[in-house]
Design a protein around this ligand. Structure first.
Ligand code: P5A
Length: 451
C-alpha cells in the first residue's frame, strides 16, 4: 500500500479526551474515530488490526474443533423472556421496538439465540458434543464507556457456546476453550493470565477470566508472581483428549490468581510473601460453565443413551476482539508510539523512501515492494514528500515492527537499512537480504487453519 494513496489521518496533537495510552495512540495513529459515546468507526489502519485479531481468533477456534457461524445483532425480546433475562439484564440492554410494536434488543450476548437454534435442530445425544461460535458486534449500554475501545458500548466479541450431555463432557469443553484461549493470546504476543472470577449476569459457578496485566486495567487482581512464568508455547495438547486439556488447566490454575470478586485474603496469605502480587489487569476473555441454566427453562433437551429426555449442559466462552486492540497497545508501546507484535501488525513492514523521484531509490523500493508483496507481506510504502524526520515519526507512531529505509547514499553502495521498532537497532544490508529477513521473521505468523 502506498502511503500517498492511503487514508491514514494521524494527529499531531494528543487528544485531550483520552486518558490512557492505548486510547491516545489509537486516535493519534488514525485507527479509530469516535462516532458517539462508546461507539467507534474503525479507520483503515485500525480495521486491519481488528481483522488480524479476528483471523487469529477464528484460526484457533477452528483448530480446537469449534464451528463458526453468524447470528444477527438484533434479537427478539420474547426469547429473553423465556430465560428470564429480559427483566434481569437491566439498563445495560438496549431495547428497541419495531414498527409492529414488537420488542427487540441489540444483543449484549447470545445464549438465548443459540439455545433456540439448538432446540430447533438437535434432539439426540448422538449429535453431541457441539460447539458453535461467531464473531459479532454486541451492544451493552455501559454506564461509563471509557478508554476508547476498551470499554465500548458497541464492541466486537467472539462468543462460543458448548452443548454436552453431561457435566463431565461440558467441563472438557470448558478446558478445551481454556487451552485455545491461551494459544490465541500468545499468538497475539500477549500474556493473558487465567484467573478465577465471578460469573455476573451470564450465570454459573465455574468461570475464569483471562487478564493482561496493565496498570490501566479496570480489574483489580491478586496473584502469585510465579504464574507469570508459565507459557502455553508449542506443546502438543490434543483437544480431543480430556486428560491433555485438563493437565494444562491444572497447571495454570494451581497457583493463586484471582480477580477482586473472588479474592480470598486467607488463601492468598499462603502464597510465599515474596511472590504475592496485587495489581491491575485488562479482561480480554471469560469462559463459563453454567449447566442447564438456559437449556432447562428454554427446553433444550436431548434423548440420552437410555431414551430419557434431559436438558443439555451448556457453557459460553467470550473473547473481547475489539478490546484486544487496546489491550495489545497497553502492553506494547513506548513514548514514540505503538509497537505491534508481528502476529497482529497492520502491515508487516514500513518501506521508507527517503528521496521519492530519485531513479535509483524508487527502483530499489519498487523491487523490495514487489518481492515482499509476492510473499504475501505487502509493506506500507511511504512514497510521500515529507521530511525524513516526519516519516520516521509516523512510522514510530503507527508501530510497524520493522522498517526498511531506502536512501540514495545507501543505494549507491547497494545497501538499505533494516530497523527494529522494538529495539531501535538498525542494520545495513542488501535489498535481497532485507527481504529475506522479513520473510523469515514472518514465517511463524502466516495464516493457518482458515475458518
Ligand atoms: C461469554 C460469551 C459473555 O458475554 N457470553 C457469551 C459470555 N462474557 S463477557 O465476559 O461478558 O464478555 C466477553 C468478553 O467481551 C469483552 N467485553 C467488552 N469489550 C469491550 N467493551 C465492553 N463494554 C465489553 N464488555 C465485555 C471482554 O473482553 C469480555 O471478557
Amino acid at each position: 500500500m502506498r502511503l500517498s494513496r492511503y487514508f491514514l489521518p494521524v494527529l499531531k496533537e494528543t487528544p485531550s479526551e483520552a486518558q490512557i495510552a492505548s486510547h491516545r495512540l489509537m486516535l493519534r495513529a488514525g485507527m479509530i474515530k469516535q462516532a458517539s459515546a462508546g461507539i467507534y468507526s474503525w479507520l483503515p489502519l485500525g480495521f486491519r488490526v481488528l481483522r488480524n485479531i479476528e483471523r487469529i481468533v477464528h484460526e484457533e477456534q477452528v483448530r480446537a474443533g469449534h464451528i463458526p457461524m453468524l447470528m444477527p445483532t438484533l434479537q427478539a425480546a420474547d426469547l429473553w423472556r423465556e430465560s428470564g433475562r429480559y427483566d434481569d439484564y437491566g439498563e445495560e440492554m438496549l431495547r428497541i421496538r419495531d414498527r409492529h410494536g414488537r420488542d427487540m434488543l441489540y444483543g449484549p450476548t447470545n445464549e438465548e439465540l443459540i439455545t433456540d437454534i439448538f432446540r430447533a435442530h438437535v434432539a439426540s445425544y448422538r449429535d453431541l458434543p457441539l460447539t458453535l461460535y461467531h464473531i459479532q458486534w454486541k451492544f451493552r449500554d455501559e454506564i461509563r464507556p471509557r478508554f476508547g475501545v476498551m470499554r465500548g458500548r458497541e464492541f466486537y466479541m467472539k462468543d462460543g457456546y458448548t452443548f454436552d450431555l453431561s457435566r463431565e463432557d461440558a467441563i472438557h469443553a470448558y478446558n478445551r476453550h481454556f487451552v485455545s484461549y491461551l494459544r490465541t493470546y500468545e499468538r497475539m504476543g500477549l500474556q493473558a493470565i487465567p484467573m478465577r472470577a465471578d460469573s455476573g449476569p451470564i450465570g454459573g459457578d465455574d468461570t475464569h477470566e483471562f487478564l493482561v496485566l496493565a496498570d490501566t486495567g479496570e480489574s483489580e487482581v491478586f496473584y502469585d508472581s510465579a504464574v507469570t512464568d508459565i507459557r502455553m508455547g508449542e506443546r502438543s495438547t490434543d483437544y480431543d483428549s480430556p486428560a491433555d486439556c485438563k493437565a494444562v488447566v491444572d497447571e495454570f490454575t494451581a497457583l493463586y490468581a484471582r480477580t477482586d470478586e473472588t479474592h480470598d485474603a486467607a488463601v492468598f496469605a499462603k502464597v510465599p510473601e515474596a511472590r504475592r502480587r496485587k495489581g491491575r489487569g485488562i479482561e480480554v476473555g471469560q469462559i463459563f460453565y453454567f449447566g442447564t441454566k438456559y437449556s432447562e427453562p428454554m427446553g433444550a433437551v436431548v434423548t440420552d443413551h437410555d431414551g430419557n429426555r434431559v436438558p443439555v449442559h451448556m457453557g459460553s466462552h467470550g473473547i473481547g476482539v475489539s478490546r484486544l486492540v487496546g489491550a495489545i497497545i497497553e502492553a506494547s508501546h513506548d513514548e514514540a508510539g505503538i509497537i505491534w507484535p508481528e502476529g497482529v501488525t497492520p502491515f508487516p513492514v514500513g518501506l521508507v523512501n527517503l528521496r521519492p523521484g530519485d531513479g535509483a531509490t524508487d527502483a530499489a523500493c519498487g523491487h523490495i515492494y514487489e518481492a515482499l508483496a509476492a510473499e504475501g507481506l505487502e509493506p506500507l510504502y511511504d512514497d510521500t514528500e515529507e521530511r525524513a524526520g516526519a516519516k520516521f515519526a509516523t512510522q514510530d507512531l503507527i508501530g510497524l515492527p520493522w522498517r526498511i529505509t531506502v536512501g540514495p547514499r545507501g543505494i549507491a553502495q547497494g545497501k538499505v537499512e533494516l530497523t527494529s521498532r522494538r529495539t531501535g537497532e538498525s542494520e545495513e544490508m542488501s535489498t535481497e537480504a532485507a527481504v529475506a529477513r522479513i520473510v523469515e521473521i514472518y514465517a511463524p505468523h502466516r495464516p493457518r487453519h482458515a475458518p
